[in-house]
Design a protein around this ligand. Structure first.
Ligand code: UD1
Ligand code: CA
Length: 490
């Protein structure tokens, strides 16, 4: 497998640009699509190429960008060299700064293949980069540029070819003649270079052009004029070379990436009923025979195990859904749902919720920091927070753990096989032993021993004829009178 064997000396990811069209305080390349920043996508594609060095060139909003890149590297266990671009503008200068940083770090000039990509081209795949590098190396090129044919090539650098079709150089839109502007083959800005040719050519590149920048694109003409092989790899998949400069382009790329992720998941065994309303982050894991119903968003480290059904209208962030569980119309984050458990509809799972196998959290429940044992059910209308519930316990309708005394949070511990009646309030800290019961409306302030029935409501007293005495002539009084007459008539 020659394609996977190629190991470039370095990938240099350009990330020094300003990105002003985003109109944002957040650096452009930190904006996300499918749960990952643009630069995260770019670094991911580069990292999977397994280069000896991974370099990011930064300048604009340097601290935020560099911190984000370093954190990404730590999370993915890769060393990333941060290179600072100086005040000389242009992609050529950016690459030169990257090479200088590497050479300083290793105290040696870089040799071998150097790949250049952009931090704002998020759909580029490692597969396409591999194809670029393997073509570059098998053809023995000095430069290989990734190109695409676009109906509207406005704004891009155009690929210049001579009569026999060989690549002679690149001309920028702003420097192109009217005739050159008709060319539809564009420069993606992604290349494989021979390091030595690149270093030598960059030393010759000037800023004598319409933008006063040191153009990386000039390297092609210089290499070609020196008699070196310059070639192109053209892709039909324009999305892979498209950058996001504003929020409209970011949205379009995000929708396309989501479409690709959803299709990938379907190919790997997930049923997705409505791809158009299903949003799945690049980081989400869906196992075989999972089903995602319409209107569902799965984010972050969410992991749905075999046979589980999620949705409709469900948003999960960092939630593990166990085998064959069902999660219906639920908003959840930082939770674990056991195998064969059911959640929803209209359920709010907050961080620290752990639901055991075959457990249930039903309609209009909010949970936070609660561990619920196997087979236990919290079926309707309540709040469970800072609590631990044993196995096969049934929590009645409308139960609440009063965990907050106004200043501090306290824990409620409920045992196994407990039966709590409707509207029980647990005033934490409090413990309920195994097999205990509570009466309707109980306010549990004291621990309940195993097997006890906790009652806290005063015995009921009926004040006979109260309505007829206090509300004479009212509809209620008339109804009561009629009921009594009917009783005596029988
Ligand atoms: C560049 C190419 C053009 C190509 C286009 C593809 C040059 C001279 N032109 O155009 O042929 O069609 O990309 O999108 O290379 N950057 C830096 N430092 C800089 C300038 C840019 O790191 O000084 C980075 C940017 O952050 C960005 C990338 O390089 O990631 C491209 O910069 P941009 O200004 O968008 O390139 P263009 O001039 O549009
Ligand atoms: Ca520019």
């Amino acid at each position: 497998m020659s394609e996977s064997a190629v190991r470039p000396a370095a990938v240099i990811v350009l990330a020094a640009g300003a990105g002003t069209r985003m109109k944002s305080r957040t650096p452009k390349i930190l904006h996300t699509l499918c749960g990952v920043s643009m630069i995260g996508h770019a670094l991911g594609a580069a990292r999977d190429l397994d280069p000896e060095h991974l370099v990011a060139v930064v300048r604009h909003q340097r601290e935020k960008v560099a911190d984000h890149i370093t954190a990404w590297g730590e999370r993915h266990d890769v060393d990333i060299t941060i290179a600072d671009q100086d005040e000389v503008p242009g992609t050529g200068r950016a690459v030169e700064c990257g090479l200088e940083q590497l050479a300083a770090q290793d105290a040696l000039p870089v040799t071998g293949t150097v790949v250049v990509t952009y931090g704002d081209v998020p759909l580029l795949t490692t597969d396409l980069l591999r194809k670029l590098v393997s073509t570059h190396e098998t053809e023995g090129n000095a430069v290989t540029v990734l190109t695409a044919i676009l109906e509207d090539a406005t704004g891009y650098g155009r690929i210049l070819r001579d009569a026999d079709g060989s690549v002679t150089g690149i001309v920028e839109q702003k420097d192109a003649t009217a005739e050159q502007q008709e060319i539809k083959e564009i420069n993606s800005g992604i290349y494989a270079f021979d390091a030595q040719v690149l270093t030598e050519a960059l030393a010759e590149v000037s800023t004598d052009n319409a933008q006063g920048e040191k153009y990386l694109t000039d390297v092609l003409g210089i290499a070609r004029a020196a008699g070196r092989r310059v070639a192109a790899v053209s892709t039909k998949d324009r999305w892979q070379v498209e950058g996001a400069n504003d929020r409209i382009q970011l949205q379009a790329l995000g929708a396309e990436l989501n479409r690709r992720i959803v299709r990938w998941q379907m190919r790997h065994g997930t049923t997705v009923i409505d791809p158009a309303t299903t949003w799945i982050d690049a980081t989400v894991i869906l196992e075989e025979d999972t089903t995602i119903l319409p209107g569902t968003q799965l984010h972050g480290r969410t992991h749905v195990e075999c046979g589980a059904v999620v949705g409709p209208d469900t948003t999960l962030t960092d939630v593990v859904v166990g085998e064959n569980a069902t999660v219906t119309r639920t908003h959840g984050s930082g939770a674990r749902i056991g195998a064969d458990a059911t959640v929803g509809p209209f359920t709010y799972l907050r961080p620290g919720t752990v639901l055991g196998e075959e457990g249930k959290i039903g309609a209009f429940y909010e949970t936070k920091n609660v561990t619920i044992g196997r087979g236990s059910k919290l079926s309707h209308l309540g709040y469970a927070g800072d609590a631990e519930i044993g196995e096969y316990t049934n929590i009645g309708c409308g139960n609440i753990t009063a965990n907050y005394d106004g200043e501090n949070k306290h824990r409620t511990v409920i045992g196994s096989h407990v039966r709590t009646s409707s509207n029980t309030v647990f005033v934490a800290p409090v413990e309920v032993g195994d097999g205990a019961y509570t009466g309707a409306g109980a306010v549990v302030r004291k621990d309940v021993p195993p097997g006890a029935l906790a009652l806290s409501v005063a015995p009921q007293r009926n004040s006979e004829d109260w309505v007829e005495n206090k509300r004479p002539g009212s509809a209620a009084a008339e109804a009561a009178k009629k009921a009594k007459n009917d009783d005596t008539a029988e």
